[in-house]
Design a protein around this ligand. Structure first.
Ligand SMILES: [Zn+2]
Length: 199
């Protein structure tokens, strides 16, 4: 029905999360109405999105290629004695929006999930422990902001056991987060309350 180039782009966009063939078709016809320089800029951005980035050496947040530390780790106004442990980079903007936290982060890169074959060694747990051991000034509080799920609980418990002998205050987000919900989709107010109610 459509020329090959149009069909191909519809197919590719349909593979994106939350975009079905109908939405993809609408997007392609929107793009067909744009000016060529704008399309070039878009395709250039897509081309570079993965090659022009790196990971923060301290917390594993995304950084521009060549940078060692992310903007949060470099920020002198942040409380360096607190580390909030999260599953993915996507959790950071969600927590930042609550304005309840001014410490640093540590991105695990997933949760322990034996059914998916993800064990502690597949996550950045060793790096967290090393970081806490070496931290100067010393880390005083570790906050687990992981999804309230079996995997989240298993992961928190596993890391807590490793941290316990170090005598650091460990807290988890408080009530209000329903079991099984994904931290990424929790609304701001609920997350704010969970932060204030951390135990
Ligand atoms: Zn960082």
């Amino acid at each position: 029905m459509f020329p090959e180039s149009v069909k191909k782009l519809i197919d590719q966009l349909s593979k994106l999360p939350d975009i079905g063939p109908r939405a993809a078709t609408r997007l392609v016809f929107y793009l067909l109405n744009q000016k060529q320089p704008d399309l070039d800029e878009l395709s250039e951005s897509i081309k570079k999105v993965k090659t022009e980035i790196g990971l923060c050496q301290q917390c594993f947040n995304l950084v521009s290629k060549g940078e060692n530390l992310c903007s949060i780790c470099r920020d002198k106004k942040r409380e360096v004695s607190a580390i909030c442990v999260v599953e993915t980079v996507l959790n950071i903007p969600t927590i930042e929006k609550t304005k309840q936290y001014n410490g640093l982060y540590h991105i695990l890169g997933g949760l322990i999930s034996p059914t998916d074959g993800i064990g502690p060694d597949n996550l950045r747990i060793k790096q967290l422990i090393e970081r806490v051991k070496k931290s100067q000034p010393p880390v005083k509080e570790i906050i687990f902001a992981l999804s309230p799920s079996t995997e989240g609980d298993t992961t928190s418990l596993y890391i807590e056991r490793l941290l316990k002998p170090m005598g650091i205050k460990i807290s988890r987000l408080g009530r209000g987060l329903s079991m099984g919900s994904d931290l990424e989709y929790i609304d701001e107010n609920t997350l704010t309350n969970a932060f204030l109610g951390r135990r």
